[in-house]
Design a protein around this ligand. Structure first.
Ligand code: NAP
Ligand code: HSE
Length: 453
């Protein structure tokens, strides 16, 4: 029986460095707990000349990932390099050798997960990915295993630490977006390309993975509606607070009714009308201050999962950073090591089509929501009447209006809270409002999340 699992680490930056340090410190405790020793015996990095604080022995380091993956003494590969090109080659090469792979790479899974899981199955080698969603929160295991008896009715979560850190500091300190983003990068929260964070793509990768697990079919990246947080200003955050809300970037998976497409044949008509739908989306939203997600601050993540048996559940913890993410990598390492030791690869399969064909991902166009709209308008009589007329014609009601004082100048902000409207109806009305001569700049539109649906 295997006594030691030799790990090849590909990528030793924020997460890889934290993993190496922690494993060095607690190898004995883990060996006692697992009955098998975990040892990182080779490490691939990009730049051998870089100064590193994790204390790697030089003999372990190489800048040739193939030397790690193809090494016959390596039993298990941990991919912590990020990206979707070389990382894909690394994972495919390891799985091709029948070596299990642990990854934290949600971008890779989002782009190529379906193929990678198929290759893993074909090679009887597991692909483990607990660290890919929500850093230190063990949410993958929860949805894949712990809630396996449930029909998942909704998932709503703060799944990007960087955006939550930025929005929190903008709210609590009135800080400016670029300064806070620089801090998030310095603290190791942001992706190598931080546009993935602030434009919502990182959260979209994660919510796509959770939606796929929850519903048993692969949700393709292009099926996820994505909006980021670049357009959110301090004024939006303050106005939301005045109205009793906090702005959060949410990942959402929830039931949604789609208006039936016009099918060509009677059989496809029957199929489309009977299919339930889910919305899979990332967008900034006003969350009521009495909802628990509103008080999740800084780089913390929280995910509310509702199952038909269990009801509401909530998972909270650090969503980014080296150590919390390495904590999730350990969870996978433990599973992988025990699987290797017992020559088993049977886990709850990740994406068995328990719902395939029965549920479809619906576009956001027909999904209704309440909205917050901020306009910049010339302060003259009759402007508001013209805006209200456009909304009335579109059948969209106004529930409240704020025109903050003290904005002397050519334009003033007007904030509207709107009753339920479909994405399409609201978008049409906003483009008409934008064309009014008194309206300046692009209106800011933010959903108001109904956490009950
Ligand atoms: P990082 O700090 O940028 O580290 C990346 C590591 O990969 C570096 O050691 C780099 O080498 C190495 N690398 C890059 N290209 C390579 C190549 N061609 N061959 C060999 N090594 C290569 O990234 P990170 O923040 O640790 O993130 C790693 C992964 O974890 C990403 O997929 C990320 O999305 C995911 N993740 C990160 C967090 C977080 O909070 N940071 C949380 C959850 C998941 P050098 O050191 O020589 O540059
Ligand atoms: N950049 C990611 C975030 C890291 O900020 O959430 C954790 O996946």
């Amino acid at each position: 029986m295997m006594q030691q699992v030799n790990i090849g680490l590909v990528g030793a930056g924020t997460v890889g460095g934290a993993l190496y340090k922690a494993l060095t410190e607690r190898a004995d405790v883990l060996a006692a707990r697992l009955g098998v020793r975990l040892a990182i015996t080779r490490i691939a990095v990009r730049d051998l000349g870089k100064a590193r604080s994790a204390g790697y022995p030089n003999a372990l380091l190489t800048n040739d990932w193939k030397a790690v993956v193809h090494d016959p003494d390596i039993h298990l590969v941990v991919e912590l390099m990020g990206g979707t090109t070389t990382a894909r080659e690394v994972v495919l090469a390891a799985l091709g050798h029948g070596k299990p792979v642990v990854t934290a790479n949600k971008a890779l899974l989002s782009a190529h997960g379906e193929d990678l899981f198929a290759v893993a199955r074909a090679n009887r080698a597991n692909l483990y990915y607990e660290a890919s969603v929500a850093g230190g929160i063990p949410i993958i295991k929860v949805i894949r295993e712990s809630l396996v008896g449930n029909r998942i009715q909704s998932i709503r979560g703060i799944v990007n630490g960087t955006c939550n850190y930025i929005l929190t500091r903008m709210k609590l300190e009135g800080a400016d977006f670029p300064d806070v983003l620089a801090d998030a990068q310095r603290l190791g929260y942001a992706e190598a390309d931080p546009t993935l964070d602030v434009d919502g793509h990182d959260a979209a990768h994660k919510i796509g993975i959770l939606a796929s697990l929850a519903h048993g079919f692969w949700v393709r990246p292009e099926q996820v509606h994505v909006e980021g947080i670049r357009h959110i200003t301090r004024l939006d955050i303050q106005s939301a607070a005045q109205l009793g809300y906090t702005i959060k970037l949410l990942g959402v998976v929830k039931s949604a009714k789609a208006s039936a497409p016009k099918p060509a044949s009677a059989s496809s008509r029957r199929r489309s009308s009977s299919q339930p739908g889910i919305l899979v989306a990332v967008y900034p939203a006003l969350v009521r201050n009495d909802h628990v997600l509103a008080s999740v601050n800084h780089a913390f993540n929280a995910i509310a999962v509702r199952g038909d048996m269990v009801g509401e559940t909530l998972f909270y913890g650090r969503g980014a950073g080296g150590e919390p993410t390495a904590s999730s990598v350990f969870s996978d390492l433990a599973d992988a090591a025990l699987d290797l030791r017992h020559d088993s690869h049977e886990r709850v399969p990740p994406f068995v089509a328990h719902a395939s064909g029965a549920i479809r991902v619906v576009p956001i166009d027909d999904v209704t929501s309440r909205y917050y709209v901020r306009l910049s308008v010339v302060d003259r009589p009759g402007v508001f009447a013209r805006i209200a007329a456009v909304l009335a014609k579109a059948g969209i009601g106004i529930s409240s209006i704020i025109q903050p004082e003290g904005h002397g100048g050519a334009t003033v902000p007007v904030i509207l809270m709107l009753h339920d409207a479909s994405h399409t109806a609201l978008s049409k009305a906003i483009s008409q409002i934008k064309r009014l001569s008194a309206v300046r700049d692009t209106p800011t539109v933010i959903r108001v999340e109904n956490t009950d649906d």
